[in-house]
Design a protein around this ligand. Structure first.
Ligand SMILES: Cc1cc2nc3c(=O)[nH]c(=O)nc-3n(C[C@H](O)[C@H](O)[C@H](O)COP(=O)(O)OP(=O)(O)OC[C@H]3O[C@@H](n4cnc5c(N)ncnc54)[C@H](O)[C@@H]3O)c2cc1C
Ligand SMILES: *[C@@H]1O[C@H](CO)[C@@H](O)[C@H](O)[C@H]1NC(C)=O
Ligand SMILES: *[C@@H]1O[C@H](CO)[C@@H](O)[C@H](O)[C@H]1NC(C)=O
Ligand SMILES: *[C@@H]1O[C@H](CO)[C@@H](O)[C@H](O)[C@H]1NC(C)=O
Ligand SMILES: *[C@@H]1O[C@H](CO)[C@@H](O)[C@H](O)[C@H]1NC(C)=O
Ligand SMILES: *[C@@H]1O[C@H](CO)[C@@H](O)[C@H](O)[C@H]1NC(C)=O
Ligand SMILES: *[C@@H]1O[C@H](CO)[C@@H](O)[C@H](O)[C@H]1NC(C)=O
Ligand SMILES: *[C@@H]1O[C@H](CO)[C@@H](O)[C@H](O)[C@H]1NC(C)=O
Length: 530
């Protein structure tokens, strides 16, 4: 077995060395200079592009690259590096990037907040790639009068929440839990958070968008048309163009909300409790979202129930007594606060000062692996026992249950590219974080995460085994760079988008027929068009 895998590695290295030498030969220094010249001549002279263009020769190249790397797995010397980083400041910089990259056959990677779990916004196996970095596009204009906001893609979710709360304590936005996530990738990929059961996904609350298409045209919802607008609200923006901003619809929340976080361990009637949670979590009133996080640390299992309730603690206790008394929630577990404080509570920051949400740098960094699954029937008690035992064996992976139902079940699966609506009890996230450096540790932690995913097979969706785009996972299929394989694309495409995949492919073929906007898991074009 060992010899066989070494042999495979040798063959693979030969093959990659060969590919590398071919592509390096086809892109020499003078063509690189031509690309830079093209960028200069196609951008607005009032905002010189050279001031925002970093090549490996510029001293701040590495720090600019590292500034938005959020997974230490891709902060390695072995991680492929871009030829250039363009930290666009002006629309003409983006237009020039698209036009010149097409002409010079460069692959463009688009990065907003850099939270992609597989780092595909800033790495590529195509040696001729560069990064269009969007962090400078981060203005946010909130209008409480209209109950809307315009947000540029480089803003973080924390900044959006803060700017809303600054103007109103009874408005919110249903998006992700982690405040450093970028608006660009988050909304393009669907987006969800703890307001999901009341208000749906992030993309269920988008009114308009601005995008630059493959011909460099700046379009809004009206001029791009409903098909493209649909595609970039959940189908992954990076297959279709460069999104500049989204106009979002604010939602209403009470002045006082209630949160709790309680843990239970294996010796506390645990299997019955987790089973009961599965029976109720998607059927509770829409105002209540309870996430369960399971682990198998220190030789035993622990479950943490973390909730957001849109109401006060008395109402919450009565809802819990009625529907989920088995958790035995005590009034003393409940904490009343404003919605904006609940954002901090959910991300494990002290609830004041609220301006901690403006911090664009995460509190800590780790090596990360994530995978996802959908559960449509409660996992039977013996199944839970089996999983608990395996989690203790594997130790590190954590399983997070995010309940659906409520508003999620009312929205048609074709309303947005995101197809996982009625019929799902939960989305599961497999989460493994580690701090040990090195390849050996990485392959061990990736291995245990994949093992847990394998053990879960009997209990999750099949044909396809569904997955959530924002929990990017290259294990479920990959479209090799520089190629357009519809067959490869359909493998992950159907898992992320189910029946919506075909519509995404048609839109992609129409708006980007030469497949300029591509990455490891982009939407392919129809095979018979080429
Ligand atoms: C700590 C953490 C917590 C998270 N919590 C949640 C959560 O609660 N809910 C949830 O739904 N997700 C969550 N996610 C996943 C997150 O939503 C996705 O990783 C999202 O894509 C990140 O957006 P980004 O702009 O930060 O990422 P990036 O890495 O910059 O981009 C991600 C993808 O979007 C593309 N893209 C980025 N900007 C643009 C643009 N302007 N135009 C076109 N394409 C673009 C990129 O090319 C890439 O393919 C979390 C991720 C992390 C790391
Ligand atoms: C370098 O690239 C340019 C432009 O693509 C091409 O004209 C030239 O012949 C190349 N030179 C070499 C030595 O390959
Ligand atoms: C990077 O170096 C080039 C060449 O010296 C220079 O023209 C450019 O302005 C530098 N980029 C930045 C952002 O300073
Ligand atoms: C990424 O790697 C660089 C170079 O090794 C290092 O200086 C930097 O601290 C790393 N980033 C993080 C967030 O650890
Ligand atoms: C917010 O308003 C300012 C000033 O009018 C404008 O320059 C900016 O583009 C606006 N931002 C968005 C995202 O609409
Ligand atoms: C364990 O939970 C089940 C189902 O919720 C319940 O019927 C049973 O009484 C509980 N047992 C104990 C010891 O709490
Ligand atoms: C596991 O045990 C260690 C040492 O007692 C403790 O510090 C840690 O918090 C425990 N972890 C969990 C998740 O309970
Ligand atoms: C709730 O918690 C308080 C304080 O810990 C305790 O005194 C009380 O008995 C608990 N009530 C119930 C119903 O468990």
């Amino acid at each position: 077995m060992k010899t066989l895998s070494n042999f495979a590695i040798i063959i693979f290295s030969f093959f990659s060395a060969f590919l590398l030498s071919v592509s390096w030969a086809s892109s020499n220094y003078s063509s690189h200079q031509d690309f830079i010249q093209c960028l200069e001549s196609h951008s607005d002279p009032s905002s010189p592009i050279s001031a925002v263009l970093y090549s490996p020769y510029n001293s701040s190249y590495s720090s600019v690259l590292q500034d938005y790397i959020r997974n230490l797995r891709f902060n390695e010397s072995t991680t492929p590096k871009p030829r250039l980083i363009l930290t666009a400041l002006h629309v003409s910089h983006i237009q020039a990037a698209i036009i010149c990259a097409k002409a010079h056959r460069m692959q463009m990677k688009i990065r907003s907040g850099g939270h992609d779990y597989e780092g595909i916004s800033y790495r590529s196996n195509n040696p001729n790639f560069f990064i269009l970095d969007m962090f400078n596009f981060r203005s946010i204009n909130v209008s409480i009068e209209d109950e809307t906001a315009s947000v540029e893609v480089g803003a973080t979710l924390g900044e959006v929440y803060y700017r809303i709360a600054e103007k109103s304590s009874t408005h919110a936005f249903p998006a992700g839990v982690c405040p450093t996530v970028g608006v660009g990738g988050h909304i393009g990929g669907g987006g969800y958070g703890n307001l999901m059961r009341k208000y749906g996904l992030t993309v269920d609350n988008i009114i308009d968008a601005q995008i630059i298409d493959v011909n460099g045209r700046l379009l809004n919802r009206k001029s791009m048309g409903e098909d493209l607008f649909w595609a970039i609200t959940g189908g992954g923006g990076s297959s279709f163009g460069v999104v500049l901003s989204y106009k979002i619809k604010l939602v209403r929340v009470p002045k006082v909300v209630t949160v709790f976080r309680v843990s239970r361990t294996y010796n506390e009637n645990f299997t019955d409790l987790v089973y009961r949670y599965q029976e109720v979590a998607d059927k509770l009133p829409k105002e209540l979202f309870i996430r369960l996080t399971l682990n198998g640390v220190n030789g035993t299992n622990r479950g943490t129930f973390r909730a957001l309730f849109l109401g006060n603690s008395q109402e919450l206790i009565s809802v819990m007594n009625k529907h989920f008394s088995e958790l035995a929630l005590n009034q003393t577990d409940c904490i009343e606060m404003s919605w904006i404080e609940s954002v901090l509570f959910w991300t494990d920051l002290p609830t004041t000062p609220v301006n901690a949400l403006l911090d664009r740098v995460p509190q800590s960094f780790s090596y990360l692996k994530r995978k996802s699954d959908y559960v449509k029937k409660p996992i039977p008690k013996q199944g839970l026992e089996f999983i608990f035992k395996k989690m203790v064996e594997l130790q590190t992976p954590v399983l997070a249950f995010n309940p659906y139902g409520g508003r999620m079940a009312e929205i048609s699966p074709s309303e947005k590219p995101f197809p996982h609506r009625a019929g799902n009890i939960f989305k599961l996230q497999y989460a493994t974080n580690w701090d040990e450096d090195g390849e050996e540790a990485a392959s061990r932690y990736l291995g245990v995460t994949r093992k847990l995913y394998d053990y879960m097979t009997p209990y999750v969706s099949t044909a396809p085994r569904e997955a959530f785009l924002n929990y990017r996972d290259l294990d479920i299929g990959i479209n090799h760079n520089g190629r357009n394989s519809y067959v490869e694309g359909a493998v992950y495409g159907v898992k992320y988008f189910k029946d919506n995949f075909n519509r995404l492919v048609k839109i992609k073929t129409k708006v980007d027929p030469d497949n300029f906007f591509r990455n490891e898991q982009s939407i392919p074009i129809l095979p018979w068009r080429k």
